[in-house]
Ligand binder design. Structure first.
Ligand SMILES: [Zn+2]
Ligand SMILES: [Zn+2]
Length: 367
């Protein structure tokens, strides 16, 4: 977006003095202040734009650079405006207090803030991750006290203005030329004192409770999957919305299957006879039937992988299942009876690979 001229934004002439700049900014800041325009993106942009214009024009050096070289010149000095509200408020905190007449009880401190997010770790077996799970979980959280609606005062009693700071929330003392503001120790910056605290929350405004939730884990969750339960986190500050609860999934290792995203892998041992002649065997699956027939073609090699399409994990992303990959392990017998030995020797002779021509045969065959 094309950056607008700072003088135009503040609606002042190029020769405007400090007082005029401040007055004009004050007007715009009041109009577009986020507390007055919650969730309004356009007001937010206007508010940021005005703050940036003011930041530059109130500063003699920056203003001079801007007058001479424009936006481009400022970029050369490393000035990049503001990244967000916090940035603006931390730069102009004092100005806002002055502007809005809150004393030191700035709008900033009283602004509604979203409550903390919470995390709950849940361990599942692969079978549970496969079929999904419903479970009631219990966790501790701070919730808004219903009896005082979060105010901390007992019903019917009033908040009293803090005497230490006269309701400003901070106290200032002089040190040389400077004036240093510190948070008021009596009211911890609130500006008010609770004289008759709410009995339920002891003036805290919040109560720690054991919250129970019936959790539905969808089929297909994986290690590190997160379920977000909106509004199930801790209570917000000053009327802000509650935070969210994040359920973080851990899936235990399985003795038979390993998982690759939505696919499952397993190893099945078969005899060299089965590998040679082919066979149909039952392999374990996570489905209700518990096993599924697997067709082993004749001539199957050790390490061959046979795919059973659609017998892997269900996908979280929709109506789809991964595959099951079966890796074939061929067992070579270690002990043979004399009779079995005879049969195999006989078999070897039919292949024409008798011990007499063994020496040259391997490398010859490779050619
Ligand atoms: Zn209470
Ligand atoms: Zn105080």
């Amino acid at each position: 977006m094309e950056k607008r001229c700072y003088y135009e934004i503040l609606n002042i002439s190029r020769s405007a003095g400090d007082e005029e700049i401040k007055r004009s900014y004050r007007k715009l800041a009041m109009k577009y202040h986020p507390d007055r325009n919650p969730g309004d993106k356009e007001a937010e942009e206007k508010f940021k734009e005005a703050a940036e214009a003011y930041e530059v024009l109130r500063d003699k050096e920056k203003r001079q650079i801007y007058d001479q070289f424009g936006h481009e010149g400022l970029r050369g000095t490393g000035f990049s405006g503001f990244s967000g509200f916090n940035d603006i408020f931390s730069s102009f905190g004092d100005i806002f207090e002055e502007f809005f007449g809150f004393g030191s009880r700035s709008g900033r401190r009283e602004r509604a803030r979203k409550g903390n997010d919470l995390r709950y770790d849940m361990e599942l077996t692969l079978e549970e991750a496969f079929s999904g799970k419903e479970e009631e979980i219990t966790f501790k959280k701070w919730e808004l006290c219903q009896d005082c609606n979060g105010s901390g005062t007992s019903p019917g009693s009033e908040l009293q203005t803090c005497r230490t700071c006269q309701g400003r929330g901070s106290i200032s003392r002089s040190q040389g030329f400077f004036q240093i503001n510190t948070t008021c120790p009596s009211c911890h910056g609130q500006g008010t004192i609770i004289t008759d605290p709410c009995r339920s929350c002891r003036g805290n405004g919040k109560i720690k409770i054991n919250k129970k939730i019936n959790l539905k884990i969808p089929p297909g969750v994986d290690m590190g999957s997160q379920l977000r339960l909106q509004g199930e986190g801790e209570a917000g500050e000053h009327g802000g919305p509650p935070g969210d609860l994040y359920v973080v999934i851990h899936v235990k290792d399985h003795h038979f299957f390993t998982r690759e995203q939505d696919h499952l892998l397993c190893e099945i041992p078969i005899s060299f006879i089965q590998a040679t002649l082919g066979d149909t065997i039952d392999v374990p699956v996570l489905d209700k039937e518990a096993t599924h027939p697997l067709n082993i073609p004749n001539g199957t090699q050790p390490g061959d992988i046979i795919t059973l399409p659609g017998l892997g994990m269900p996908s979280l992303r929709g109506n789809y299942r991964g595959d099951l990959y079966v890796k074939i392990i061929v067992r070579i017998p270690k002990k043979l009876s004399p009779h079995q030995k005879e049969i195999l020797k006989e078999f070897a002779e039919t292949e024409g690979s008798k011990s007499s021509n063994k020496k040259k045969s391997f490398w010859d065959k490779m050619k």
